[in-house]
Design a protein around this ligand. Structure first.
Ligand code: PSV
Ligand code: MN
Length: 438
C-alpha cells in the first residue's frame, strides 16, 4: 500500500520479547512443522504454498473492538484499554505485530473522531497500520445533532433527517479519503417494532434515494458496502434485513456497491456459506465482518462457537478465489466486542481462527471433490471437507507468523510483554469514548 517503513521504536511489543518467547518454542515448532509438511506432502500439497498464502492474507481490525464492551447493558472497562483512536491504533499494531495478519483498522465515526486526519494517518503508518473501510453511524444520536434517529436515518420518513444522515456519510467518505481508506460500510438500524409502524416499500425507496446520494460522492476507486442484519435494534422489520435486499440494493446502485456479510447477522442455522457463494457468484461479495454467534448478533470471537461454519465459509471463499483468478478481492474485517476478555487476546484468537480456516480451506482436495460430486459419492465428497477441517494446521500458521516477525504463541508472548499492565500505568479511562456497546 506504499506505507512508510514501520518505526520499530513505536511498536508496542519490544522485538526482543518476541524473539525470546519464540526461542523458547522454536525447537518444538520446527518439529511440528516438519511433521505437517510430511503429512501434506503425502497428499501432494507443498506446505510452503500454504504458508505463502496465509502470509498474504489480510484482515482488518474493528476500532470499536479494541475496548471492552459488547453487551447492550453495561461496560466493564479494563485498566489500560485505549482512551482514543490513537491508543486504539497502538493496540492494533500489537495484534499485527504478533500475527502479521491485521495491517489495517476499520474506523467508526463519530466514535473515532479526531481533529487532524493527516496526523492520524501518519501515526498509523508509523505503527504499520493502514485504514480499512470507514463505518458511518446513524444508529445513535450524537451530541449536538439537530434531528433524532429514533425513527430511522437514511430511510426516515422526514427528508431533513435523511439529509442529515446522508451528510454524515459524506463526511465519513471525506475523512476516509484523507486516511487512505477505499470503502465505506453502511449499516443502519432503521426498521420498525410494530406491524403498521412503517411501510416496507416506501422505506426501502427512501433508503435507496439516500444511498444514491452517498454513492454519487464515492471517489472513483472506492466501494460502498451494504451490511444487512436481520433484526436489532428494530424487532419487527428491518429495512436491510437480509442478503436478498442487500444484493438488490447493490445491483440497483451500481458496480461500486457490494454486500458485506457479518456472520452474526442471520437467523440461527442459516446456511451462511451458501449466501457467500451466491454473492461471490454474482460479483457482489464486497466484504466480511468476521465474528461468531450462538443466539444472535453476539459478536463473539471468530471460531469460538462454530469453527466448522467458519471453515465452510472459507471453503467458498477459496473456491471463489480460484474461479476469480486474482480478481476476487473482498475486504476481510472483524467485528467483535465483549466484556470478559482482554480485547487484544480475543483478537489474537480470532486471527488464528480466521487464518486457520483459510489454511484448511486451501488444503481441500478440490479435484477429488469434483470427481466425488460427479459420481454422487456422498461420503467421500463430504470427507474431502471433513479431512481438511480436521487437519491440525497450527504449525503452518505459526510459520507464517514467524516469517512476518510475529510470535509462535501470540497470547503467551503478549502476556510475557506485560503490555496491558504497562499501558494501565499511562492511559486514562475515557467514559465518553463511544463504541464498546454494540
Ligand atoms: C451492527 O450490529 C454492526 O455489526 C455494524 O457493523 C456496526 O457498524 C457494528 O456492529 C458496530 O456497532
Ligand atoms: Mn458488523
Amino acid at each position: 500500500m506504499g506505507f512508510v517503513a514501520i518505526d520499530r521504536a513505536m511498536l508496542g511489543i519490544p522485538p526482543e520479547v518476541i524473539a525470546k518467547d519464540n526461542d523458547r518454542l522454536m525447537e518444538a515448532h520446527l518439529a511440528d512443522y516438519a511433521a505437517l509438511a510430511a503429512r501434506l506432502a503425502r497428499e501432494n500439497i507443498d506446505i510452503e504454498d500454504i504458508v505463502a498464502k496465509v502470509m498474504a492474507l489480510e484482515v482488518g481490525l474493528p476500532s470499536w473492538g479494541m475496548v471492552s464492551g459488547g453487551t447492550r447493558f453495561a461496560r466493564f472497562p479494563l485498566p489500560g484499554e485505549p482512551a482514543d483512536v490513537y491508543e486504539k491504533i497502538e493496540d492494533c499494531s500489537v495484534v499485527h505485530q504478533l500475527t502479521g495478519l491485521t495491517p489495517r483498522v476499520s474506523l467508526h465515526f463519530p466514535w473515532d473522531k479526531t481533529d487532524d486526519y493527516v496526523a492520524l494517518r501518519q501515526f498509523g503508518e508509523a505503527h504499520g497500520i493502514g485504514f480499512d473501510a470507514i463505518n458511518s453511524n446513524t444508529f445513535q444520536d450524537q451530541a449536538g445533532q439537530k434531528r433524532s434517529y429514533k425513527f430511522g436515518s437514511l430511510s426516515h420518513s422526514q427528508a431533513q433527517t435523511r439529509q442529515q444522515a446522508i451528510e454524515h456519510n459524506l463526511q465519513c467518505i471525506d475523512i476516509g479519503h484523507q486516511l487512505g481508506s477505499k470503502a465505506i460500510t453502511v449499516w443502519i438500524g432503521d426498521g420498525s417494532n410494530f406491524p403498521g409502524q412503517s411501510e416496507f416499500t416506501d422505506t426501502l425507496e427512501r433508503y435507496l434515494d439516500s444511498l444514491r446520494a452517498i454513492y454519487r460522492h464515492l471517489p472513483h476507486d472506492w466501494r460502498l458496502f451494504i451490511e444487512h442484519k436481520m433484526y436489532e435494534p428494530a424487532f419487527y422489520s428491518t429495512v436491510i434485513q437480509d442478503w436478498g435486499t442487500s444484493i438488490l440494493c447493490a445491483q440497483t446502485l451500481g458496480e461500486k456497491a457490494q454486500c458485506l456479510v457479518d456472520l452474526g447477522h442471520h437467523a440461527p442455522n442459516v446456511n451462511i456459506e451458501m449466501i457467500v457463494a451466491r454473492l461471490a457468484q454474482f460479483g457482489k461479495l464486497g466484504g466480511f465482518h468476521f465474528n461468531d454467534s450462538k443466539y444472535g448478533d453476539d459478536d463473539l470471537d471468530s471460531g469460538s462457537i462454530n469453527p466448522f461454519q467458519l471453515f465452510l465459509v472459507f471453503n467458498e471463499l477459496v473456491s471463489a478465489e480460484i474461479r476469480g483468478k486474482g480478481g476476487f478481492r473482498p475486504s476481510y474485517m472483524m467485528d467483535q466486542s465483549h466484556n470478559v476478555t482482554d480485547p487484544i487476546e480475543s483478537l489474537l484468537n480470532s486471527a488464528r481462527a480466521i487464518a486457520g480456516s483459510y489454511a484448511k480451506a486451501l488444503i481441500v482436495d478440490r479435484l477429488a471433490l469434483k470427481g466425488y460430486q460427479a459420481d454422487n459419492d456422498v461420503i467421500m465428497a463430504h470427507n474431502c471437507l471433513r479431512l481438511a477441517f480436521e487437519t491440525d494446521v497450527r504449525p503452518a500458521l505459526a510459520m507464517a507468523r514467524v516469517r512476518h516477525g510475529g510470535a509462535i504463541d501470540p497470547i503467551a508472548c503478549y502476556r510475557a510483554s506485560s503490555y496491558r499492565a504497562l499501558k494501565a500505568e499511562v492511559r486514562h479511562y475515557n467514559p465518553n469514548l463511544g463504541g464498546g456497546i454494540v
